[in-house]
Design a protein around this ligand. Structure first.
Ligand SMILES: Cc1cc2nc3c(=O)[nH]c(=O)nc-3n(C[C@H](O)[C@H](O)[C@H](O)COP(=O)(O)O)c2cc1C
Length: 200
């Protein structure tokens, strides 16, 4: 008899990969999804690993690129300019799925992608890009932190940057009573995919 509690992707590598990417896609719009945010790892100037949470702003299935937005003045951009290798981590406790990804970052500071992203950004989020001094700077006290108040509604735009993370490796871990499942998916430069199960 078939155990109905097995998800359809349980023993199916293709379905597992599609489910992983569907979870990332759902996270863009679904604010309650654990994949609405993810952790990005970069390499600091002295080689120290650096991590931070960002909001999942888009997943492009064609290019396998995740997108997040950030301030042009933020240290993570210097790190990515120096070395575009990035890692992405997310754990969805409801789905019992951990994804670990290797990606290559592209900084969009002045192109059509960045403009479209800014145009779609709500006023509340735009406000963050007006902060002075720069994110990460030392502040003598919280009252030393201000938001520029020019007439220009585009004031924060100059500090707004979109970053895409093109995923070239994805590791899946699914926790299940009946036996965990772990798999690795890797794409080469031409987009060829290699996939395999791993021991959990
Ligand atoms: C839930 C959550 C969502 C966040 N989203 C973003 C984001 O989308 N972009 C961003 O630059 N920082 C975001 N942050 C702040 C970063 O985690 C980080 O503190 C900040 O960007 C400074 O990182 P850096 O010094 O490595 O550049 C978020 C933090 C939290 C807790």
């Amino acid at each position: 008899m078939t155990d109905q509690s097995f998800p359809p992707y349980y023993d199916d590598l293709d379905a597992t990969r599609e489910h992983a990417l569907a979870l990332l896609t759902r996270g863009v719009k679904d604010r309650r999804s654990a994949m609405h945010t993810f952790t990005v790892g970069t390499i600091g100037p002295d080689g120290t690993p650096r991590q931070r949470t960002v909001v999942n702003r888009g997943y492009d299935a064609e290019t396998r690129a995740l997108r997040f937005h950030t301030d042009a003045r933020s240290p993570k951009l210097d790190e990515l300019r120096r070395d575009p290798r990035a890692s992405v981590h997310v754990y969805d406790p409801r789905a019992k799925v951990q994804l670990r990804m290797d990606a290559r970052a592209t900084i969009h500071a002045a192109d059509a992608l960045r403009q479209a992203a800014w145009d779609a950004t709500r006023d509340f989020s735009r406000e963050c890009y007006r902060v002075v001094p720069a994110p990460g700077d030392v502040a003598e006290s919280p009252s030393a932190i201000a938001f520029t108040r020019g007439d220009d509604p585009e004031e924060g735009a100059k500090n707004f940057v979109a970053v895409t993370l093109q995923i070239h490796a994805l590791e899946w871990l699914y926790l299940a009573h009946q036996g965990h499942r772990r798999a690795r998916f890797a794409w080469d430069e031409t987009g060829n995919l290699e996939q395999t199960w791993l021991v959990p």
